[in-house]
Design a protein around this ligand. Structure first.
Ligand code: PEP
Ligand code: MN
Length: 357
């Protein structure tokens, strides 16, 4: 199924989630043990989270770190699904991961930042997904600030017939010391939004911030900027987490954070534009109504002149009107030539109306 464009991507929906409410995906960076996975999932489910995340194949920058529990974690995710009814999500980095996750009935697969940057890996993943269009796939932005690479990764999935697609903004690697672990470069997801208007775009404040105290302010900023939801790392015991310990929060803390986040009634950019256009339409309606009223007054004057045998055109009066309007227009900040042109056109039409009588 070739030929689908970014603009064909529709918003994601999940059972139990109201449209318009931010989508929250939460769970540990990594599934470490069955106990840790289930404890975290139960706590998140109890507070109303409907989508659970946990990495089981972990791409690590340096070898020797915790590289995930692998395939056995899929069964833990199955238990989460069955026990809590949450949808479950895990990261896939190659075709083998995709096949294993599909076989295990995982609902959502996400492609991480190190994989979305690699067109060969993306092509393999897309081909492994072919024919499985029921599955939801989220694409995190590549580590580098190259929007085309992100779009290319999404496009490969679209070309494979995957239509349940979303994107996750997780910030970008940058050299030098920064407060945040990954630089947000908000203009890049904004540009993706412009090119894929209907696509669900989430923000991952955990990987952007890199520290738990940054999760809330970045999450709020993302909501204020119209992101459709959040992917947040939450672990039942963050300090003992085997990966990304510093940025994970307990389910209790996550509940507090989510409780404080304000979902503003502010509308997405496109709706704001629609509102402004509505104002223009309203102004034009007013203008036309005023013009119609003015012509009707002109005709009344015309009838009066006719009844009293007066000339239609009275140059002194006309000059007086133009001068007064020019001055008034100037006070209102209107360009003089423009005011003159408009007033001339109105006057001409008034005269024409009176001559018709
Ligand atoms: C993750 O979500 O745990 C992860 C590895 O993310 P990213 O690919 O954004 O680094
Ligand atoms: Mn992580």
């Amino acid at each position: 199924m070739r030929g689908h464009s970014l603009q064909d991507i529709q918003p994601l929906s999940f059972p139990g989630l109201e449209n318009g409410q931010p989508l929250v995906i939460a769970g540990p960076c990594s599934a470490e043990t069955e106990q840790q996975t289930l404890d975290t999932a139960r706590a998140l489910s109890a507070m109303g989270v409907r989508v659970f995340r946990a990495g089981i194949w972990k791409p690590r920058t340096l070898p020797g770190g915790f590289e995930g529990v692998g395939d056995k974690g899929l069964q833990w995710l199955r238990r989460v699904q069955q026990e809590t009814g949450m949808a479950v999500a895990t990261e896939v980095a190659n075709a083998q991961h995709v096949r294993a996750a599909l076989d295990a009935g995982i609902d959502i697969l996400w492609v991480g930042a190190r994989t979305s940057a690699n067109p060969f890996a993306m092509q393999d993943i897309a081909e492994a997904l072919q024919g499985h269009d029921h599955v939801t796939v989220l694409v995190k932005n590549p580590l580098t600030t190259d929007l085309d690479l992100w779009i290319g990764a999404i496009q490969r999935l679209l070309n494979a017939g995957i239509s349940r697609l979303g994107a996750v903004h997780r910030g970008f690697s940058s050299a030098g010391a920064h407060i945040y672990r990954n630089d947000p470069q908000w203009h890049i997801p904004f540009e993706l939004r412009r090119q894929a208007t209907g696509m669900t775009i989430l923000c991952d404040p955990s990987h952007i911030g890199g520290k738990r105290e940054y999760v809330e302010p970045i999450a709020q900023q993302a909501l204020d900027m119209g992101f459709d939801g959040l992917m947040i790392e939450s672990h039942c015991d963050p300090d003992s987490a085997l990966s990304d310990s510093a940025q994970q929060v307990t389910p209790v803390v996550l509940k507090e954070i989510l409780g404080r986040l304000v979902v503003r009634s502010g509308l997405p950019i496109e709706d704001e534009l629609a509102l402004l256009r509505q104002q223009i339409d309203d102004c034009d309606h007013e203008l036309l109504a005023v013009l119609a009223r003015r012509m009707s007054v002109s005709r009344e004057i015309g009838l009066f002149k006719k009844a009293h045998n007066l000339r239609v055109l009275q140059p002194a009066r006309y000059q007086q009107v133009i001068n007064a309007r020019l001055e008034e227009g100037q006070h209102l900040g209107l360009n003089g030539d423009f005011t003159q042109l408009i007033m001339q056109a109105i006057h001409e039409e008034s005269v024409r109306q009176q001559l018709l009588l």
